[in-house]
Design a protein around this ligand. Structure first.
Ligand code: PLP
Length: 223
């Protein structure tokens, strides 16, 4: 099926309140253009330099989301245009984003990445670490960052009951933190090609879908 029809099908399938992030990492700008022409405006990338190059080449009304693990020394590549960073996994990274946002006269929207999988993702906060940081007032120190919600990656497994438990745990944490972060804390990013339907059932309102739209990824040309 073509990229255009995958976008059209997905938009018809997803509930209205669920934002589709088309994960375009590793795919060429020409593929993004096809999705764009089918009406898609939100794209997710996992490498800062790749995202910056695509930003320069593609239409200005695209909303660029950083979804991959982000090193502090690379925040500068994306700070002037990124719409949402899904993968904030430390206070050190948050501090860097805050500084780079200030330099660019912007407030940058972020999600806190929570560690929910049994072993797949090595990144993210566990809920105890997060409660402690909140109790210490850590998040009040960054005026140029807006914490919009949470992101999680479930285990890569056929055991859908395990995936359901992980998504449910993330949803519960999300609900419990709303009071802390206020009414702009409204985004729960969970679900990818293999598990987005279940994620939506469990309360996701932002799904990150790549291979279902663009086909199998080829990493061979990447360094
Ligand atoms: C690559 C990636 C996705 C998309 O994965 P697909 O299985 O291709 O849909 C989603 N989220 C993150 C964090 C990713 O790195």
């Amino acid at each position: 099926m073509s990229i255009e029809s995958q976008i059209t099908d997905l938009r018809a399938e997803l509930p209205e309140e669920v934002t589709l992030v088309a994960v375009s990492k590793t795919y060429p700008a020409s593929d993004i253009r096809k999705a764009y022409d089918a009406g898609q405006r939100v794209f997710g990338e996992s490498r800062p330099q790749e995202m910056k190059a695509k930003f320069a080449e593609l239409p200005a009304d695209i909303s660029w989301h950083m979804i991959g693990h982000l090193q502090t020394n690379k925040v500068k590549y994306i700070a002037n245009f990124v719409e949402l960073i899904h993968s904030v996994d430390s206070l050190r990274l948050l501090e860097t984003i805050d500084k780079e946002a200030a330099k660019n006269g912007r407030i940058i929207n972020v999600l806190l990445e929570i560690y929910i999988a049994s072993k797949e993702s090595k990144h993210g906060w566990d809920s105890e670490e997060l409660s402690q940081a909140i109790a210490e007032g850590a998040f009040e120190r960054f005026p140029n960052v807006r914490v919009k919600g949470l992101m999680g990656i479930a285990s890569f497994t056929d055991d859908m009951e395990q995936v359901r438990r992980e998504f449910t745990e993330l949803k519960e944490l999300f609900v419990s933190l709303k009071e802390t972060f206020g009414k702009e804390f409204d985004t729960l990013s969970m679900g990818m090609t293999s598990d987005y339907q279940l994620a939506i059932e469990c309360g996701s309102n932002m799904v990150r879908i790549g291979s279902r739209i663009f086909g199998a990824r080829d990493y061979s040309e990447q360094s």
